[in-house]
Design a protein around this ligand. Structure first.
Ligand code: NAP
Length: 249
């Protein structure tokens, strides 16, 4: 029996990497997905790849107007919502000494503020029995030079999950965080100047991880499915760490 039969899900950043793998898994499990991203070409590719049960909405989670448009589309097409996966994220490397106010704002505007309003604006549509999954990062559990603002913004997401789990329990809505370790997606390339540099980063991550490899987006999709489905019916406010042992061993 499909785990998300008849469910309606919003996945921000659903056009690439972990979000796209999650969209594929959700559709295979019977859900209709609304995916949001800024680049129309990537959304079009994702829609073609998924083939069915998908609506694309172009937009930026840092824009409140775009989020309003996302949920207006959900309301018009489906009337209500069961699952929100706040997955869109931004990373830019800078040490404390290098970081500019603009760098700080870019990071927090997407990862912390964007997540906050992605979930707040979903509330009127969310049905009882719903699930919210925030895609944080295992970086929030470590002190990694150059990931200062990124890790802190992801720690904010972990904190949101605790507060919202308490605030939404009486509506029957569970809220959990997924904290991935290094996963082989385009976000690694976005942190490097060249392909060779990105490959060197992947190799260095693999060397650092107890499991000896970087993760796959499909592995994160299965973890999101667990948190979004009744398989995790007795979990709320947790942080599911899926990081090859990076922060735990
Ligand atoms: P990815 O392949 O680069 O995908 C990012 C997705 O988010 C894309 O669809 C992108 O589309 C969208 N996006 C980015 N900024 C956005 C914004 N402001 N508004 C709306 N959509 C936006 O990266 P990924 O690895 O799958 O990352 C997904 C999440 O996992 C992120 O939150 C990331 O921090 C987290 N994570 C990743 C790793 C890893 O190693 N891959 C590790 C830990 C945590 P557009 O660019 O077209 O907007």
């Amino acid at each position: 029996m499909a785990k998300l039969s008849g469910k309606v899900a919003v996945i921000t950043g659903g056009s690439s990497g972990i979000g796209l793998a999650t969209a594929r898994t959700f559709v295979d499990e019977g859900a209709h997905v609304f995916i949001m991203g800024r680049r129309q070409a990537e959304l079009d590719k994702a829609r073609e790849e998924l083939g069915r049960s998908v609506t694309t909405v172009r937009g930026d989670v840092a824009s409140l107007d775009d989020l309003d448009r996302l949920y207006a589309t959900v309301k018009a097409e489906k009337g209500a919502l069961d699952i929100v996966v706040a997955n869109a994220g931004f990373v830019e490397l800078a040490t404390l000494a290098q970081a500019t106010p603009e760098h700080f704002d870019r990071t927090f505007n997407v990862n912390a503020r964007g997540t906050f309003f992605t979930v707040q604006k979903a509330l009127p549509l969310l049905r009882s029995g719903g699930a919210i999954v925030l895609v944080s990062s295992a970086a929030h559990l470590k002190g990694i030079p150059v990931y200062t603002t990124y890790s802190a913004s992801k720690a904010a997401m972990r904190s949101f999950a605790r507060s919202w789990a308490a605030e939404l329990k009486d509506r029957g809505i569970r809220v959990n965080t997924l904290s991935p370790g290094p996963i082989d997606t385009p976000i690694i390339d976005a942190q490097a100047k060249t392909k060779a540099e990105a490959d060197a980063m992947r190799a260095e991550f693999a060397r650092l991880l107890p499991l000896g490899r970087v993760g796959e987006a499909s592995e994160m999709a299965r973890a999101v499915l667990f948190l979004a489905s009744s398989d995790s019916s007795f979990s709320t406010g947790i942080d599911l760490v899926a990081d090859g042992g990076f922060s735990q061993v």
